[in-house]
Design a protein around this ligand. Structure first.
Ligand SMILES: [Zn+2]
Length: 206
């Protein structure tokens, strides 16, 4: 996957004082720890790119403050075009259809800051995480990574089809990564979720 941090409309940093690159790296590392421990899936950065990058563009407000209702379903609005133009593409995806890269965009706010992360659709390769979503600590005891937010890992889960194979968007178990509520969420995955994750088009076997 790749994490791409948007600047403001005028190209200035999305946040004046926070080190968003480090925060995003922490969220990535937590996701990597979770998927390795729970599903033996190794989260990797695509190609030789760094796992986190600040985009050198001037994004439209629509991309900085997206709505979470599937932005791709109400036509290709400004936000959707921006994400399409800037996401990571994979040549092999066209032929194999698996091991596709997921692009996570760090944005200013989602749905007027009522949401902290969004994966538009069950199997989208594009997810968004807000500034607030990067800093919500998880309550699970996973050692030194406890301070990082599970929002990114949770949205990656949605991208990989979790928790849809159980015919519900979210798990009702508090210790589960796919539990709805932020902060009180754990980092566990059950056997069905592991099976679903490992069969996702974003997971490949080399
Ligand atoms: Zn969710």
């Amino acid at each position: 996957m790749r994490i791409l941090i948007l600047p403001n409309e005028d190209g200035t940093p999305l946040h004046a004082t926070r080190n968003l690159v480090q925060e995003a790296r922490d969220a990535y590392d937590l996701a990597r720890t979770i998927f390795k421990r729970e599903a033996n899936v190794k989260l990797i950065s695509y190609g030789s790119h760094p796992r986190v990058e600040v985009l050198d563009v001037k994004p439209p407000k629509a991309a900085l403050e997206p709505r979470c209702r599937n932005p791709f379903s109400d036509g290709f609005g400004e936000a959707a075009w921006f994400y399409l133009a800037n996401k990571q593409y994979s040549v092999s995806t066209i032929f194999l259809g698996n091991g596709a890269p997921i692009s996570a965009f760090i944005v200013r706010a989602i749905e007027n800051d009522t949401k902290v992360g969004c994966s538009p659709g069950a199997v989208s390769d594009t997810i968004v995480v807000s500034l607030r979503g990067l800093t919500i600590p998880n309550s699970d005891d996973v050692g030194p990574t406890t301070i990082a937010s599970t929002t990114l890992a949770h949205e990656i889960g949605h991208s990989c089809g979790l928790n849809y194979m159980a015919f519900q968007e979210h798990s009702d178990k508090k210790n589960n990564l796919m539990f709805h509520s932020q902060g009180t969420r754990g980092t566990n995955l059950n056997r069905l979720q592991v099976a679903g994750l490992r069969n996702s088009r974003f997971v490949t076997y080399l």
